[in-house]
Design a protein around this ligand. Sequence first.
Ligand code: ATR
Length: 285
Amino acid sequence: MKITGAARLAGIMGWPVAHSRSPLLHGFWLEETGIDGSYVPLPVRPVDIEPALRALPILGFRGCNLTIPHKQTALQVADRVDPLARRIGAVNTIVVAEDGSLEASNTDIYGFLENLRECAPDWDPQAGAAVVLGAGGSSRAVITALTDVCVREIRIVNRTLSRAQAVAADLATSATPITVHPWDGVTRLLAEAGLLVNTTSLGMAGEPALDLDLSPLPLSAPVIDIVYVPLETRLLAAARRRGHPVVDGLGMLLHQGRPGFEAWFGAKVRVSPELRVAIVKTLAP
Ligand code: ATR
């Protein structure tokens, strides 16, 4: 990679940030497009997030991504926040405007929906209820995306019901009602589902397994796992064996990077098989 003194700059702020795959992802696209630019890791302590964000235009940065623990605080600092990001309560992308002001958005929604469109193009949001496992930060992004495409109904299954109730109260819309359910009712819910999404950490390397009997789930229902280490979780392997459309978590991660890249570096990019291979190599559990 060669950059000149005129290179366009972007990066990712996190604490820690060393685990992030985003520099590799954007580096791949910079190489592919031949753009004179650089995307760097920016280790920023929580106490420093506001001055660090305000320094972006001063240092000539076009913007940045945000990862843990900055996604909520950055929302408070930004000058303009996209309405969907405000609904989730978290931002992951900052674009520096011409006048140096900071525009914030959450591209996880875009990443989730693009990945779903690519892997399950025949999915119909009106076909049945979407069953969403989990009620944490990732669940909020997934549920906001599903309400954005007016899915018929969402049923949240979570260990801590009060947490699921808070998500339902915050995110239900007139087009998409949300109900909450304990784990012991999941088999019954699957029988009426048109989509199943795991947003819990169950099934992630080092976490307990997610053991679900998928037999009641209609075969047309896509099964999505946002866990991507391992890439094929036990849930996705079982779904694939039964013949469901399956959607893995890596696609969401890769697609969420596209709007930021396009805004900072000025070129459209795609999620190619070569890109997936390059990132998968780094995912050993
Ligand atoms: P994230 O921001 O990635 O969504 P999170 O906010 O910590 O992470 O949410 C983790 C989700 O996984 C929650 O829904 C959590 O359930 P609780 O709300 O009851 O904590 C779920 N989860 C994690 N470990 C779990 C376990 N052992 N059994 C059931 N659910 C679990």
